[in-house]
Write a protein that binds this ligand. Structure first.
Ligand code: SAH
Length: 392
C-alpha cells in the first residue's frame, strides 16, 4: 500500500489520536496514491502510526481512517463505524424524527455527514476518502432498520478544497420527498431536503430551540431565522409577537408555512426579508426594542485567518442586538464558526454588551446538540457555541 512518511518529530498529534495530517508534516509520498486512496502513515523513523486517505489537493494532506494496525478499510469497516454511531444516538433519546447519525471525525469518518430524516438518509461527503467510498457507505446505510433511501447533498463549498466536484442526487433506494416534516419536541418544521441549507435543516440547534421558557408573553426578534425554528418555538411558548428576519426569500416562505402547519396564527408573526446588519440599525433608528433577541448567523469564519474579520461581525450584531434588548430581556446569541472558540465568543459578546451599556448575566451556555458530538481528541469538531444572556 502507498505510504505517507512524516517529517521528523511530526508524529505527536497522531499519537494523541488527532486524525489530520497537514501537508507540512509530510516528508514524502511513497508509491502513487490516487486522490482518496488508502495510505499507511509512518513516522520518519519508519514506525506505523495510522491508516488514512490521501487528499493531494488539500492542505490537510491525509485524514485517518484507523489507528488500529489490523483494521482494514472495507465494507465491514464502514458497517462497524455506522453501528457505533447508531448505538451512540440510540442512547440519546432524541425528541425528533430527525437527527445526525454521522458527524465526521467524531464518528471516525472524516468529512462524512449523514442526517436521518425519518426513512431517509441525507449525506454530505466532503473529503476525498469518503467520496471514494460513497456507494459502499450508501449500501451500508440501507441496512439500517427503517431506512428506505439514501440521498447525497454534497453541494458544500468544502468539496472544492478537496478538489471534488459538487454532487447531489439519489444514491440508493427510494428518493426522499422534496419536503420532509421534522417533528421536533412538538413542533412540525418543513425541511427542503433537495434545496435547503446543508442537508435541509439545522438539526444542530434542536436543544437550544427546544427550551425557550423566556419567550412567554415576549416580543421576540429572531435574526437569521432561516425557516423560522426559534421564532416558532417562541410562539408555541406563548410569545406576544415574533419578528422573523432572514435574507433568503425561500426560507421566509417556509417559515410562513411552518406557522400555518403548527396552527400558531399568522397575526403574531412579522416577516422581514433583509440583511440583518442593516435591519438592526433600522430598528435602532426607529426606537424599537424587544424582550428577546436571537442572533444565529451563518459561519463568519472558516479558518483561523478569517477570525479577526469574523470577530468584527459578531461584535457588530451583538452590540446592535444588545441595544435592542429591553432591560431584563434575553439575548440568545450563537456562533457556528469553528475557529471561534467558546471563550473567544464570550469575550466578543461581553465586549459588545459592555459597549451597549448593558450588564450581561449568563443564564445558559449552549453548544451543538449531542447527536453532533465532539471527540475530546478532535476539538475542531466543536463548532457551535452559544450564550443565553439576561441583559440588565
Ligand atoms: N436559526 C436557524 C438557522 C440559521 S442559519 C434555525 O434554527 O433553523 C443562518 C441563516 O442566516 C440562513 O437562513 C441565511 O439565509 C441567513 N443569512 C445569511 N446572511 C444573512 C444576512 N446578512 N442577513 C440576514 N440573513 C442572513
Amino acid at each position: 500500500m502507498p505510504q505517507l512518511v512524516l517529517n521528523p518529530n511530526r508524529e505527536g498529534s497522531l499519537l494523541r489520536k488527532h486524525p489530520w495530517i497537514y501537508s507540512g508534516a509530510v516528508a514524502k509520498v511513497v508509491g502513487e496514491p490516487q486522490s482518496g486512496e488508502t495510505v499507511e502513515i509512518v513516522s520518519a523513523k519508519g514506525e506505523w502510526l495510522a491508516r488514512g486517505f490521501y487528499s493531494p489537493a488539500s492542505q490537510i494532506r491525509a485524514r485517518v481512517w484507523t489507528f488500529e494496525r489490523d483494521e482494514a478499510v472495507n465494507g465491514a469497516f464502514f458497517a462497524r463505524r455506522i453501528q457505533q454511531a447508531k448505538s451512540y444516538r440510540d442512547k440519546l433519546r432524541i425528541q425528533s424524527n430527525s437527527y445526525r447519525l454521522i458527524h465526521g471525525e467524531a464518528d471516525g469518518l472524516p468529512g462524512c455527514v449523514v442526517d436521518v430524516y425519518g426513512k431517509f438518509c441525507v449525506c454530505q461527503f466532503l473529503t476525498t476518502g469518503i467520496a471514494r467510498f460513497a456507494n459502499v457507505l450508501a449500501s451500508q446505510l440501507m441496512e439500517l432498520p427503517g431506512i428506505e433511501g439514501v440521498y447525497e447533498r454534497s453541494d458544500a463549498e468544502a468539496r472544492t478544497r478537496e478538489g471534488l466536484e459538487l454532487r447531489c442526487g439519489p444514491l440508493a433506494g427510494s428518493e426522499p420527498p422534496e419536503r420532509f416534516i421534522v417533528e421536533e419536541n412538538g413542533l412540525r418544521l418543513i425541511a427542503d431536503l433537495r434545496n435547503g441549507h446543508k442537508t435541509g435543516f439545522y438539526l444542530d440547534q434542536r436543544d437550544a430551540r427546544s427550551s425557550m421558557p423566556f419567550a412567554k408573553n415576549a416580543d421576540v426578534l429572531n435574526c437569521f431565522c432561516y425557516t423560522g425554528g426559534f421564532g416558532l418555538r417562541a410562539a408555541k411558548e406563548g410569545a406576544n409577537s415574533v419578528t422573523q428576519v432572514d435574507i433568503s426569500a425561500p426560507a421566509l416562505e417556509i417559515a410562513r408555512e411552518n406557522a400555518a402547519l403548527n396552527s400558531l396564527g399568522q397575526d403574531r408573526f412579522t416577516y422581514i426579508k433583509a440583511d440583518v446588519f442593516a435591519q438592526l440599525r433600522k430598528f435602532r433608528d426607529q426606537g424599537r426594542s424587544f424582550d428577546v433577541v436571537i442572533l444565529d448567523p451563518p459561519k463568519f469564519a472558516d479558518t483561523q485567518r478569517q477570525l479577526q474579520h469574523a470577530a468584527r461581525g459578531y461584535k457588530d450584531i451583538n452590540l446592535m442586538g444588545a441595544k435592542l434588548t429591553r432591560p431584563g430581556g434575553t439575548l440568545l446569541t450563537f456562533s457556528c464558526s469553528g475557529a471561534m472558540t467558546p471563550d473567544l465568543f464570550a469575550k466578543v459578546v461581553g465586549d459588545a454588551c459592555r459597549d451597549a451599556g448593558r450588564k450581561a448575566l449568563v443564564r445558559r451556555i449552549l453548544q451543538q446538540a449531542p447527536d453532533h458530538p465532539t471527540a475530546l481528541d478532535f476539538p475542531e469538531g466543536r463548532y457551535l457555541t452559544g450564550l443565553e444572556l439576561c441583559l440588565l
